[in-house]
Design a binder for this molecule. Structure first.
Ligand code: BDR
Ligand code: CA
Length: 305
Protein backbone atom coordinates (compact mmCIF):
# COMPACT_ATOMS: atom_id res chain seq x y z
CA UNK A 1 0.00 0.00 0.00
CA UNK A 2 1.28 3.47 -0.85
CA UNK A 3 1.35 5.49 2.31
CA UNK A 4 -0.03 9.02 2.19
CA UNK A 5 2.81 11.51 2.68
CA UNK A 6 2.17 14.15 5.31
CA UNK A 7 3.99 16.89 7.16
CA UNK A 8 2.85 18.24 10.52
CA UNK A 9 3.23 21.77 11.75
CA UNK A 10 2.59 21.78 15.49
CA UNK A 11 3.13 23.45 18.88
CA UNK A 12 3.51 20.56 21.36
CA UNK A 13 1.52 20.75 23.56
CA UNK A 14 -0.03 17.65 25.19
CA UNK A 15 -2.54 16.96 22.45
CA UNK A 16 -0.03 17.78 19.69
CA UNK A 17 2.26 15.15 21.24
CA UNK A 18 -0.37 12.46 20.79
CA UNK A 19 -1.11 13.64 17.26
CA UNK A 20 2.59 13.21 16.45
CA UNK A 21 2.60 9.77 18.03
CA UNK A 22 -0.40 8.55 16.04
CA UNK A 23 1.06 9.96 12.81
CA UNK A 24 4.48 8.44 13.40
CA UNK A 25 3.12 4.97 14.20
CA UNK A 26 0.42 4.92 11.54
CA UNK A 27 0.80 2.23 8.88
CA UNK A 28 -1.15 4.38 6.42
CA UNK A 29 0.76 7.64 6.71
CA UNK A 30 4.32 8.53 5.88
CA UNK A 31 5.37 11.35 8.18
CA UNK A 32 8.14 12.97 6.18
CA UNK A 33 8.78 16.01 8.33
CA UNK A 34 7.75 18.14 11.26
CA UNK A 35 7.86 21.88 11.79
CA UNK A 36 6.96 23.86 14.85
CA UNK A 37 5.18 27.09 15.57
CA UNK A 38 4.85 29.26 18.65
CA UNK A 39 1.51 28.71 20.37
CA UNK A 40 1.07 26.55 23.42
CA UNK A 41 4.53 27.75 24.41
CA UNK A 42 7.32 29.84 22.92
CA UNK A 43 8.97 28.58 19.74
CA UNK A 44 12.06 27.32 21.57
CA UNK A 45 9.94 25.26 23.95
CA UNK A 46 7.53 23.79 21.37
CA UNK A 47 10.54 22.90 19.19
CA UNK A 48 12.38 21.24 22.05
CA UNK A 49 9.22 19.26 22.84
CA UNK A 50 8.76 18.14 19.23
CA UNK A 51 12.43 17.18 19.07
CA UNK A 52 12.13 15.20 22.33
CA UNK A 53 9.07 13.36 21.05
CA UNK A 54 10.70 12.40 17.75
CA UNK A 55 13.81 11.13 19.56
CA UNK A 56 11.56 9.20 21.95
CA UNK A 57 9.85 7.52 18.96
CA UNK A 58 13.26 6.71 17.46
CA UNK A 59 12.67 8.94 14.43
CA UNK A 60 15.50 10.61 12.52
CA UNK A 61 13.34 13.59 11.51
CA UNK A 62 14.88 16.93 12.42
CA UNK A 63 12.38 19.58 13.43
CA UNK A 64 12.24 22.78 11.37
CA UNK A 65 11.67 25.67 13.76
CA UNK A 66 9.15 28.37 13.00
CA UNK A 67 9.05 32.07 13.76
CA UNK A 68 8.93 33.59 17.23
CA UNK A 69 5.67 35.39 16.55
CA UNK A 70 2.59 35.12 14.35
CA UNK A 71 2.49 37.01 11.05
CA UNK A 72 1.23 40.35 12.40
CA UNK A 73 0.83 39.87 16.12
CA UNK A 74 2.73 38.89 19.26
CA UNK A 75 2.37 35.28 20.30
CA UNK A 76 -0.01 34.32 23.11
CA UNK A 77 1.04 31.13 24.89
CA UNK A 78 -0.94 28.75 27.09
CA UNK A 79 1.19 27.72 30.12
CA UNK A 80 -1.99 27.31 32.20
CA UNK A 81 -2.80 24.10 30.34
CA UNK A 82 0.52 22.89 28.94
CA UNK A 83 2.80 24.09 31.75
CA UNK A 84 6.09 25.96 31.79
CA UNK A 85 7.77 23.52 29.41
CA UNK A 86 4.73 23.30 27.14
CA UNK A 87 4.68 19.55 27.79
CA UNK A 88 4.69 19.17 31.56
CA UNK A 89 4.30 15.67 32.96
CA UNK A 90 6.97 13.62 31.22
CA UNK A 91 10.73 13.73 31.78
CA UNK A 92 12.54 12.88 28.59
CA UNK A 93 16.16 11.73 28.63
CA UNK A 94 18.65 14.46 27.83
CA UNK A 95 18.61 14.07 24.06
CA UNK A 96 21.00 16.13 21.99
CA UNK A 97 18.98 18.90 20.30
CA UNK A 98 19.43 18.99 16.54
CA UNK A 99 17.25 20.99 14.17
CA UNK A 100 16.73 21.29 10.46
CA UNK A 101 18.81 24.21 9.24
CA UNK A 102 15.83 25.72 7.40
CA UNK A 103 13.15 27.89 8.95
CA UNK A 104 9.77 26.14 9.09
CA UNK A 105 8.26 28.01 6.13
CA UNK A 106 11.20 27.00 3.90
CA UNK A 107 10.94 23.38 5.03
CA UNK A 108 7.23 23.44 4.14
CA UNK A 109 7.94 24.95 0.70
CA UNK A 110 10.63 22.35 -0.03
CA UNK A 111 8.57 19.42 1.23
CA UNK A 112 5.54 20.46 -0.81
CA UNK A 113 7.51 21.15 -3.99
CA UNK A 114 9.23 17.78 -3.72
CA UNK A 115 6.06 15.80 -3.02
CA UNK A 116 3.01 16.23 -5.19
CA UNK A 117 -0.24 15.38 -3.41
CA UNK A 118 1.17 15.79 0.05
CA UNK A 119 -1.16 16.57 2.96
CA UNK A 120 -0.19 19.41 5.30
CA UNK A 121 -1.49 19.02 8.84
CA UNK A 122 -1.53 21.91 11.27
CA UNK A 123 -2.25 21.45 14.97
CA UNK A 124 -1.22 24.93 16.07
CA UNK A 125 -1.53 28.49 14.78
CA UNK A 126 -1.15 28.43 10.98
CA UNK A 127 1.69 30.97 10.82
CA UNK A 128 4.30 28.78 9.08
CA UNK A 129 2.01 27.45 6.39
CA UNK A 130 0.67 30.94 5.66
CA UNK A 131 4.21 32.28 5.40
CA UNK A 132 5.13 29.46 3.03
CA UNK A 133 2.11 30.30 0.85
CA UNK A 134 2.97 34.01 0.87
CA UNK A 135 6.59 33.36 -0.10
CA UNK A 136 5.86 30.71 -2.74
CA UNK A 137 2.19 30.81 -3.80
CA UNK A 138 2.68 28.03 -6.37
CA UNK A 139 3.04 25.44 -3.58
CA UNK A 140 -0.75 25.45 -3.28
CA UNK A 141 -0.96 23.43 -6.52
CA UNK A 142 0.92 20.52 -4.93
CA UNK A 143 -0.98 20.35 -1.65
CA UNK A 144 -3.65 17.66 -1.75
CA UNK A 145 -5.29 18.93 1.40
CA UNK A 146 -4.73 21.06 4.48
CA UNK A 147 -6.04 19.28 7.57
CA UNK A 148 -6.24 21.51 10.61
CA UNK A 149 -7.28 21.44 14.20
CA UNK A 150 -8.74 24.86 14.78
CA UNK A 151 -11.86 26.96 14.81
CA UNK A 152 -15.39 25.97 15.68
CA UNK A 153 -18.86 25.98 14.18
CA UNK A 154 -20.15 27.00 17.60
CA UNK A 155 -18.39 28.61 20.57
CA UNK A 156 -14.71 29.35 21.18
CA UNK A 157 -12.40 28.40 24.03
CA UNK A 158 -10.31 31.55 24.47
CA UNK A 159 -13.02 34.08 23.78
CA UNK A 160 -16.73 33.28 23.50
CA UNK A 161 -16.30 33.05 19.72
CA UNK A 162 -12.65 32.17 19.05
CA UNK A 163 -10.58 29.01 19.28
CA UNK A 164 -6.92 29.25 20.36
CA UNK A 165 -5.10 28.21 17.14
CA UNK A 166 -7.10 30.60 15.00
CA UNK A 167 -7.08 33.44 17.53
CA UNK A 168 -3.29 33.39 17.97
CA UNK A 169 -2.73 34.01 14.26
CA UNK A 170 -6.01 34.93 12.55
CA UNK A 171 -4.23 36.50 9.57
CA UNK A 172 -2.40 33.23 8.92
CA UNK A 173 -5.61 31.22 9.07
CA UNK A 174 -7.24 33.73 6.71
CA UNK A 175 -4.42 33.27 4.17
CA UNK A 176 -4.70 29.47 4.35
CA UNK A 177 -8.48 29.40 4.02
CA UNK A 178 -8.31 31.68 0.98
CA UNK A 179 -5.48 29.75 -0.73
CA UNK A 180 -7.79 27.60 -2.84
CA UNK A 181 -6.45 24.34 -1.38
CA UNK A 182 -8.92 21.64 -0.25
CA UNK A 183 -9.34 22.05 3.51
CA UNK A 184 -10.52 19.79 6.30
CA UNK A 185 -11.28 21.45 9.61
CA UNK A 186 -11.58 19.68 12.96
CA UNK A 187 -12.83 22.31 15.33
CA UNK A 188 -13.94 22.61 18.92
CA UNK A 189 -17.52 21.68 18.05
CA UNK A 190 -16.26 18.08 17.73
CA UNK A 191 -12.92 18.03 19.58
CA UNK A 192 -14.44 19.31 22.82
CA UNK A 193 -16.43 16.07 22.95
CA UNK A 194 -13.22 14.00 22.99
CA UNK A 195 -12.59 13.96 26.72
CA UNK A 196 -9.73 12.18 28.45
CA UNK A 197 -11.97 10.58 31.07
CA UNK A 198 -10.79 8.37 33.96
CA UNK A 199 -11.88 5.35 31.88
CA UNK A 200 -9.67 6.47 29.00
CA UNK A 201 -6.66 6.83 31.30
CA UNK A 202 -7.37 3.43 32.88
CA UNK A 203 -7.68 1.78 29.48
CA UNK A 204 -4.37 3.33 28.41
CA UNK A 205 -2.69 2.22 31.64
CA UNK A 206 -3.58 -1.39 30.79
CA UNK A 207 -1.64 -1.19 27.50
CA UNK A 208 1.73 -1.07 29.24
CA UNK A 209 3.92 0.28 26.41
CA UNK A 210 6.33 3.25 26.41
CA UNK A 211 3.70 5.09 24.40
CA UNK A 212 0.92 4.42 26.89
CA UNK A 213 3.22 5.45 29.75
CA UNK A 214 3.90 8.75 27.96
CA UNK A 215 0.18 9.22 27.29
CA UNK A 216 -0.87 8.50 30.88
CA UNK A 217 1.75 10.79 32.42
CA UNK A 218 0.97 13.63 30.04
CA UNK A 219 -2.79 13.27 30.37
CA UNK A 220 -2.73 13.33 34.16
CA UNK A 221 -1.09 16.76 34.14
CA UNK A 222 -3.25 17.94 31.23
CA UNK A 223 -6.44 16.98 33.08
CA UNK A 224 -5.23 18.50 36.34
CA UNK A 225 -4.55 21.81 34.60
CA UNK A 226 -7.88 21.79 32.77
CA UNK A 227 -9.59 21.34 36.13
CA UNK A 228 -7.53 24.05 37.86
CA UNK A 229 -7.77 26.72 35.20
CA UNK A 230 -10.89 25.99 33.16
CA UNK A 231 -12.96 24.14 35.76
CA UNK A 232 -13.34 21.27 33.27
CA UNK A 233 -13.62 17.77 34.69
CA UNK A 234 -11.61 16.29 31.82
CA UNK A 235 -9.39 17.76 29.14
CA UNK A 236 -10.36 17.53 25.46
CA UNK A 237 -7.81 15.77 23.26
CA UNK A 238 -8.11 18.05 20.24
CA UNK A 239 -5.13 17.60 17.94
CA UNK A 240 -5.03 13.85 17.19
CA UNK A 241 -8.43 14.38 15.53
CA UNK A 242 -6.57 15.60 12.43
CA UNK A 243 -4.54 12.42 12.05
CA UNK A 244 -7.28 10.05 13.15
CA UNK A 245 -9.63 11.52 10.52
CA UNK A 246 -7.08 10.40 7.92
CA UNK A 247 -6.49 6.88 9.18
CA UNK A 248 -10.11 5.94 9.89
CA UNK A 249 -12.89 7.46 7.82
CA UNK A 250 -15.55 6.17 10.24
CA UNK A 251 -14.55 8.44 13.12
CA UNK A 252 -15.76 11.86 11.92
CA UNK A 253 -18.58 13.05 9.73
CA UNK A 254 -17.89 16.12 7.63
CA UNK A 255 -20.13 18.62 5.92
CA UNK A 256 -19.16 20.95 3.08
CA UNK A 257 -19.15 24.58 4.23
CA UNK A 258 -17.79 28.00 3.56
CA UNK A 259 -15.39 29.04 6.31
CA UNK A 260 -14.21 32.59 6.73
CA UNK A 261 -11.88 33.98 9.40
CA UNK A 262 -12.68 37.17 11.27
CA UNK A 263 -9.50 39.26 11.40
CA UNK A 264 -11.09 42.45 12.69
CA UNK A 265 -9.83 43.78 16.02
CA UNK A 266 -13.24 43.41 17.59
CA UNK A 267 -14.83 40.89 19.93
CA UNK A 268 -15.21 38.65 16.86
CA UNK A 269 -11.46 38.35 16.22
CA UNK A 270 -10.55 34.77 15.37
CA UNK A 271 -14.08 33.55 14.81
CA UNK A 272 -14.45 30.92 12.07
CA UNK A 273 -17.69 31.87 10.31
CA UNK A 274 -19.05 28.61 8.95
CA UNK A 275 -21.93 28.62 6.49
CA UNK A 276 -23.50 25.84 4.47
CA UNK A 277 -25.16 28.30 2.09
CA UNK A 278 -22.05 30.11 0.81
CA UNK A 279 -19.56 28.69 -1.76
CA UNK A 280 -17.76 25.62 -0.42
CA UNK A 281 -14.11 25.89 0.66
CA UNK A 282 -13.81 23.42 3.53
CA UNK A 283 -15.01 20.08 4.86
CA UNK A 284 -15.97 20.73 8.45
CA UNK A 285 -16.22 17.95 11.03
CA UNK A 286 -19.70 17.88 12.56
CA UNK A 287 -19.74 14.67 14.58
CA UNK A 288 -17.37 12.18 16.17
CA UNK A 289 -17.64 8.51 17.03
CA UNK A 290 -15.84 8.40 20.37
CA UNK A 291 -15.42 4.61 20.56
CA UNK A 292 -13.73 4.56 17.17
CA UNK A 293 -11.58 7.56 18.14
CA UNK A 294 -10.23 6.02 21.32
CA UNK A 295 -9.74 2.65 19.64
CA UNK A 296 -7.42 4.39 17.17
CA UNK A 297 -5.53 6.13 19.99
CA UNK A 298 -5.05 2.85 21.89
CA UNK A 299 -4.01 1.01 18.72
CA UNK A 300 -1.21 3.51 18.12
CA UNK A 301 -0.15 3.61 21.78
CA UNK A 302 0.29 -0.15 21.55
CA UNK A 303 2.66 0.26 18.62
CA UNK A 304 4.91 2.70 20.48
CA UNK A 305 7.12 0.38 22.48
C1 BDR B 1 -5.85 23.93 20.40
O1 BDR B 1 -5.13 24.84 21.21
C2 BDR B 1 -4.02 24.22 21.79
O2 BDR B 1 -3.89 24.58 23.13
C3 BDR B 1 -4.18 22.75 21.59
O3 BDR B 1 -2.91 22.14 21.41
C4 BDR B 1 -5.03 22.65 20.35
O4 BDR B 1 -4.24 22.65 19.18
C5 BDR B 1 -7.24 23.78 20.96
O5 BDR B 1 -7.90 25.00 20.98
CA1 CA C 1 -1.85 22.33 19.30
Amino acid sequence: MNKQKIIIDCDPGHDDAIALLVAYYSDQLDLIGVSTCAGNQTIDKTSKNADNLLRFFGSSIKVAKGETDPIKRKVKTCPEIHGESGLDGYDFPNYKEEYDSRPAYQFIIDAVLANKDIIVVTTGPMSNLALAILKKPEITKNIKEIVLMGGSTTEGNITPVAEFNILVDPEAADICFKAGVPMRMLGLNVTRKILVTDEVVKEAEKIGTRGSDLFVKLMKVFNENQRKFFGLEYGPLHDPATIISMVNSKVFKFEPMHVEIDTTDTKFLGKTRCSASKPYNCDVAVSVNLDEYWAEVYKHLRRCN
